[in-house]
Design a protein around this ligand. Structure first.
Ligand code: MF3
Ligand code: CO
Ligand code: CO
Length: 275
């Protein structure tokens, strides 16, 4: 059984396991936080070039968020000490910014979660450094399609399994692997809340979608097998077969007749190429 609870703007932060249904004030808060996340991902576009250290990008991201009156949710989150996750090539997610430099042909995911006035805007996009080969570009394109096809199924009366099924179907058409070890998640005043949003599954299964639900969809798609392992740093997730991996993430809210995407790019930079 799925529990739902109607919350108001000043709702308690408790992670009760129930799915929160938010009001218009919640939508307003998420619009602002989501827009800031999208602006951050727009801001870095001209800086994602060969030779840049990923920690330099992370510093720009922190400064941008703080100057906008926000706080990076990942800073100090379960011991994580950076303002973004930057995941290169076969890194699936949770890549730690470092002195590693980007090189021509890399495909890179940058994931940011600013908190603004208590609301979390969580989004990630892929960036192509210089020129990538056609296999890498196709993975990036198909992964973006997976996200948007998932979002098309995000409407009242559908179930979370409809979203996962649509994503899985599209990815497997290309014989890509859909990562099972990480999911999308409810969010709002909390960073990671119920429900878990799986990116593969069967139609009609899982919680029913209701107006006021806020959650992310963030499919991780591998050219090879779906299997993942975590490196010794405790964070970096990589493909076991070292095949390339891509991910896009939006934060959305279910409306009466569909959904609202909170993290759309103001500059139209939703997917590469951004030039
Ligand atoms: N932003 C990631 C997500 O989409 C979570 C990153 S948590 C961190 O849920 F600690 F690794 F940064
Ligand atoms: Co997320
Ligand atoms: Co994220």
């Amino acid at each position: 059984m799925t529990d739902y609870v109607t919350v108001t703007d000043d709702a308690p932060l408790a992670r009760t396991g129930a799915i929160k249904l938010h009001d218009e004030a919640g939508f307003e808060g998420m619009r602002r936080a989501g827009r800031l996340a999208a602006e951050v991902l727009d801001m870095v576009v001209p800086h994602v070039v060969p030779g840049v250290e990923t920690q330099a990008l992370d510093e720009m991201i922190r400064n941008y968020i703080v100057r906008a009156g926000g706080v990076p949710a990942t800073l100090g989150y379960r011991g994580y000490t950076h303002s973004s996750c930057i995941s290169i090539n076969h890194v699936v997610c949770h890549g730690i910014p470092s002195n590693r430099t980007l090189k021509d042909g890399d495909i890179v995911n940058i994931d940011v979660t600013p908190i603004l006035d208590g609301w979390h805007g969580d989004s990630s996009r892929m960036y192509i450094v210089g020129n990538a080969n056609v296999k890498a570009r196709r993975l990036v394109d198909v992964t973006y399609e997976c996200l948007m096809i998932g979002i098309e199924h995000a409407k009242p009366g559908n179930h979370l399994g409809d979203i996962g099924h649509a994503i899985q179907r599209h990815a497997e058409q290309y014989r890509y692997g859909v990562v099972r070890d990480f999911c999308g998640h409810g969010l709002g005043r909390l960073f990671h809340d119920a429900p878990e949003v799986v990116h593969a599954g069967r139609p009609g299964t899982g919680p029913e979608l209701k107006p006021g639900m806020f959650f992310t969809i963030e499919p991780m798609i591998n050219i090879g097998r779906a299997d993942v392992k975590i490196l010794d740093d405790g964070w970096t997730a990589v493909t076991r077969d070292r095949s390339l991996s891509a991910q896009f993430e939006h934060s959305i809210g279910i409306t009466e007749d569909g959904c609202e995407i909170f993290t759309t790019s103001p500059k139209g930079f939703d997917k590469p190429p951004y030039a």
